[in-house]
Design a binder for this molecule. Structure first.
Ligand SMILES: Nc1nc2c(ncn2[C@@H]2O[C@H](COP(=O)(O)OP(=O)(O)OP(=O)(O)O)[C@@H](O)[C@H]2O)c(=O)[nH]1
Length: 340
């Protein structure tokens, strides 16, 4: 099971770039179009107006439908096509537009698409420039644009890798490798009602029993090892799509999408038994109390978590080392044996 978060990883970072580059582009193009109308260059001015209108439509779509790399590619294709038209209409001054447009394309579209489109536009503008500029000028333009493409590719690749690494560090618990509380809260916020209302989703709170005694008797380092062993074991037992988070100290939360009540209860019984049998702290078994709650249509994430929390509280008060289902109708008929 992957250690950490994201049931629906979304390109939020690219979405923000698309929105801001689109907004800045629209404002700049409107100002430039006004200047061109004033300078009696109506054809180039209308290209800018059309370009700005296309970007405005794309922004409306992005606001309405949410993040989309395909829309980023469309914005990039529109901008490069408009830049080529400007080369046709303006000659040499049109060439300069290509540089910021190439950089912007890499920021808003997937790298292979941005690269392919930028190469096409560069080749077109390079060949076209032979009609109004000397060969050395055309060759210098193609070489400079090629360098911009290479720098943009390397820069964006590095930036993406760094962002992913930072996101991973910021969302993971260093000791256990589980997602941290911040990642759990972000994931629960991102789960839309559409996702959870029409799919059976289970959430379990897993709280290690008498963990204070583990620390008191065997030391904090042994307690740390037990926490890491516990998280590793749970990850081995659950399905690839399930996500484990460390909610606090010795308390974990497991989110299980697309699972029936019976299967979730069965899986939690398996985890409960495996922890008792396999995790030892200096030859003493460790046990876990588990509270399980299926999501109810229309229920908020807080209410869902609170029901699982109440169930684990019941598991503690009934003697620990057991699974309690928040929905009494779904309570397992024969609970597994307990050590107390
Ligand atoms: N070693 C270690 N101990 C931790 C860590 N985080 C929390 N703890 C300890 O976990 C213990 C939790 O104690 P309690 O909240 O009293 O719970 P408990 O002893 O498990 O008792 P019950 O939950 O009622 O079974 C405390 O002693 C904390 O110091 C950690 O990262 N490492």
């Amino acid at each position: 099971m992957p250690a950490a978060p994201a049931l629906n990883a979304e390109p939020a970072f690219r979405h923000v770039l698309q929105l801001w580059i689109g907004r800045i582009g629209i404002v700049a193009l409107i100002v430039i179009a006004a200047l061109r109308f004033a300078a009696h260059q109506p054809a180039a001015a209308w290209v800018d107006v059309g370009w700005a209108a296309g970007l405005a439509l794309a922004l409306g779509w992005l606001h309405w439908r949410g993040p989309s790399m395909a829309m980023g590619t469309a914005m990039s294709a529109l901008s490069l096509a408009a830049s080529m038209l400007k080369v046709d209409l303006l000659g040499m001054p049109g060439l300069f537009w290509l540089f910021p447009v190439i950089l912007g394309s890499f920021a808003i579209a997937p790298r292979p698409w941005a690269c392919g489109l930028a190469l096409l536009a560069t080749l077109y503008a390079g060949v076209r420039s032979l009609s109004f500029a000397a060969f050395e000028v055309a060759a210098t333009f193609v070489a400079a644009a090629g360098l911009v493409i290479v720098v943009a590719w390397v820069g964006i690749a590095y930036f993406e890798a760094l962002r992913q690494r930072l996101e991973h560090i910021a969302s993971q618990d260093a000791l256990t490798g589980a997602g941290n509380r911040r990642a759990l809260e972000a994931m629960l916020r991102r789960l839309s009602p559409r996702q959870v209302d029409h799919r059976p989703f289970a959430l379990a709170v897993l709280d290690l029993d008498h963990f204070k005694q583990v620390n008191d008797r065997h030391g904090h380092a042994a307690g740390d090892r037990a926490l890491a062993d516990f998280a590793r074991l749970v990850r081995q037992l659950v399905r690839p799509q399930d996500r484990l988070y460390r909610y606090g100290g010795e308390e974990f939360v497991l989110v299980m999408p697309d699972i029936t009540t019976a299967d979730a209860a069965g899986l939690m019984e398996l985890v409960n038994a495996a922890v008792r049998q396999k995790i030892r702290v200096r030859d003493r078994p460790l046990t876990v109390s588990i509270g399980l709650a299926m999501h109810r249509p229309g229920e908020t994430a807080d209410a869902w978590l609170a029901r699982a929390d109440a169930a684990v509280y019941r598991a503690k008060s009934e003697g620990r080392d057991r699974v309690v289902n928040a929905d009494p109708a779904a309570e397992p008929a024969a609970p597994s044996s307990r050590t107390g």
